[in-house]
Design a binder for this molecule. Structure first.
Ligand code: ZN
Length: 200
């Protein structure tokens, strides 16, 4: 893919990668960790390699960069002026992949929470509270659901659902045989950073 890039395209990609050096994923991890949740990061065996995986709560959390994942109506999701067709096609692929990942995770019984990058950068108390609540109730939902902080499930091809519908799926959450092995964050964020490549 890189071979087909013009100089301008490469510049656009690199400047966006640099802007990601602020590492929204790290910010999210530290926020959630400070709230007492324990999780694993970047599990490669799950669709889309979720940024956080909280098995006890049957919940995967993603931070989505607004540019690459095309946050609807977001100023960070600008369209590069050169080679619009190239970018359009790339973005459509990214979005199709995002929708497929969400579908697959839900089908596997995982709840999915997506936090948009722009919202994370101005994360307020209410946002953090909502995120924590979404995680906590994840293990007791009747069926898996997608929640989006800073956007809507419809962007991912999912119907909007009530935010809270705690129910009877506690049993499913308890069926894991390795309870307690979510010892904490794994310090392999370097391998996770390689995920950038899949966007370029
Ligand atoms: Zn955004």
């Amino acid at each position: 893919m890189a071979d087909t890039m013009t100089k301008a395209q490469r510049h656009a990609v690199m400047s966006h990668i640099r802007s990601r050096d602020t590492k929204p994923e790290k910010l999210l991890r530290s926020l959630v960790h400070r709230q007492g949740f324990r999780f694993r990061i970047c599990r490669k065996d799950l669709p889309g390699r979720p940024d956080l995986v909280l098995r006890r709560h049957r919940t995967c959390v993603f931070v989505h960069g607004c540019f690459w994942h095309r946050h609807a109506g977001c100023r960070l999701a600008s369209m590069p002026k050169d080679n619009a067709d190239y970018w359009q096609a790339k973005f459509e692929r990214n979005q199709a992949r995002d929708r497929a990942n969400v579908r697959e995770l839900l089908a596997l019984g995982w709840n999915v929470v997506v936090v948009w990058e722009c919202r994370l950068r101005h994360f307020g108390e209410a946002d953090l509270e909502r995120l924590c609540q979404l995680i906590r109730e994840g293990g007791s939902l009747a069926e898996p659901r997608l929640a989006v902080i800073g956007g809507t499930p419809e962007e991912f091809g999912q119907p909007a659902r009530p935010a809270s519908q705690a129910g009877s799926a506690q049993m499913r959450a308890e069926t894991g045989t390795e309870a307690g092995s979510e010892a904490g964050t794994e310090a392999d964020s370097a391998t996770c950073g390689a995920g950038l490549a899949e966007h370029t």
